[in-house]
Design a protein around this ligand. Sequence first.
Ligand code: AMP
Ligand code: MG
Length: 341
Amino acid sequence: MNTKLLTTEDIAEAAAILQRGGLVAIPTETVYGLAADAFNSQAVASIFAAKGRPQDNPLIVHISDLSQLADLAETVPPAAMLLAERFWPGPLTMVLPRKASVSDTVTAGLDSVAIRFPAHPVARAVIAAAQTPLAAPSANLSGSPSPTTAQHVMNDLAGRIEAVLDGGASDVGLESTVLALTGEKPVLLRPGGVTYEQLTEVLGEVIIDKAVRQQIDDTERVSSPGMKYRHYAPKAPVQAICGSGDATAAYIRSAAAQTEGRVCVICYDEAVGTFGEAECIAYGSEADPAALAHNLFDALRRADEADADRIFVQCPSDDGIGLAVANRIKKAAGFDVVMLG
Ligand code: AMP
Ligand code: MG
């Protein structure tokens, strides 16, 4: 299959491909999504095939109008309405009790469905033109870092999907915040662009799922199946170094000096050039965690392209969007984490 590169002028063509059951990668403010008509089970099944995604990892359904909630969710609790008012459209996914009409292929057989109303004008225009909610996981091969540009998508999926719609680089750069509203208390399953602090402002107490900060072993039941997979990972082993900028840089200098082969350091702008022979990939200032979020996945892909044998990453603290950045770094590292002071 020859994968077409579409532009923002081609919304109608993207919608037509989706309506006949094809796959189109679309830009969103979080990362690029691999979209299919959420009510076409065969189309949804082909997402799993194109990505090599495990069947038990459910998909997020994207809407462009609040009225579509009623087609997907059996009930919409008051907390969901409050959150929708404050954060939609935006990088927040809510897990709600599902309607029976939502395909098991989308939900991986769970009795809940994950729903997001993206802010990106192109994503919304495509959903509206397709006249159906779109199931869309990140548009990468399963296991590799999520794509934040059309070129990243092409590198992974050219020849496997109908089209990629190029809408420029994704603004946030990390996948959406996933919040479950199916139990007694709201549970943060995956941190993202809407922060834990922002959620607690609206909801009061929010539980942070254990899998956000720790490795979950295969035998444990996870609330969000996607969290048990080693995601976002480049080919070379990654180690996350957490602590102040100065302490992490000093640790990495000494570790790099003792490491054989090609070392890559994904580091703060402030530390560039301080790692001797090792290659530096700067991903933003320590003082600007939003920039770190925006650049992280591109930095992980560049470390791969540089044929690194070993990758060290300076990992920010858990405040604000830092929680999401640190979560993705730790997952890329398979939770090989060094905590300093
Ligand atoms: P991705 O589409 O690649 O961003 O991954 C979607 C994430 O949402 C995965 O981590 C899934 O486990 C999670 N997710 C999707 N649907 C549900 C659901 N019904 N319950 C819990 N987590 C979900
Ligand atoms: Mg993904």
